[in-house]
Design a protein around this ligand. Sequence first.
Ligand SMILES: [Zn+2]
Ligand SMILES: [Zn+2]
Length: 337
Amino acid sequence: MRAALLEQPGTVTVRDVARPAAGGRALVQVTQAGLCGTDLKIAAGQIPVRMPRVMGHEMTGWVVQPGPRGIVAAGTPVLVNPAVFCGYCDLCRRDLPQLCRSGALLGRDVDGCFAEFVAADESCLHPLPDGLPAAGAALLQVQSTCVHAQTALPAPGAGGAGSAVVVGLGVSGLLHLQLLRERGVRTLIGVTRSAAKRDLALQLGASAVAAPDKAADVVADVTDGHGADLCVECVGSQETLAQAMRLTGAGGTVLVFGTTAPAADGLPTYEWYLRELTILNPRAARPRDCDAAIRLAASGRLELAALVTARFPLAQAGRALAACADPGQLKVVLDVT
Ligand SMILES: [Zn+2]
Ligand SMILES: [Zn+2]
């Protein structure tokens, strides 16, 4: 089969390799694979992996060979949850499979989906309904992690947010914005440097948008000076995390979604204490979040097509990675088969 492999940091080649051995797993023919910042870090060697490694963790496809328990039949279109979990460790048994002690990520710790075929545990297969548009399918993995992140929030009306800020309007920020809109959050503010993404956020339901240097004024303006009930940080820098903490009002919640740089000195921890902020750090997705994301994509209530801005064939995986590094792009997708 054809696959895009990281041969050494900075070198991704598309070549023929052996099909993965099922080894107690199901075999899935990959249809679409999405790229994100994690792939860029893996390709650059910032996240070390054993090489050669078949990259890619965001995928949909269809089952070619069912797993040993036959849970999902051959021919079924599926989302593959790339976060492998054992189901037996103490964390899995505490309903935290996304933190499994023997967990792994496809495309990082084991071979992934920038390939015609991928082997995946059958507990990671989530059947897709007929007729799901291609754009919706391409975003399902990242959407699952956004859905998971928001499961930690109080329900609207039960102390849930009346106002929310999303800092950073890339794919995950624009998905969070739409999920918050669907939760009934009335005042939704999007913050980004990009004028084009601010326009898109307004089309997707933001009630106000701001460039980062205007965010404090805009948030104060629409919240009577109180600050937001919720701020979702979707960039992953020290600067934006500090900004999210400052934009959140007393008793509010900061949802840290962007993976923050390992050293985050200079955070306003006194303000964090003073306003008794809740800081949430959700990671990956549970199986139920994958199913919830599929239901939402199938409902047609989310605008997903506008979030896919480039598509490449598998043979051009290198070009796709370069496109993914362009901040003007949203989701970059490989059409694999
Ligand atoms: Zn990703
Ligand atoms: Zn486990």
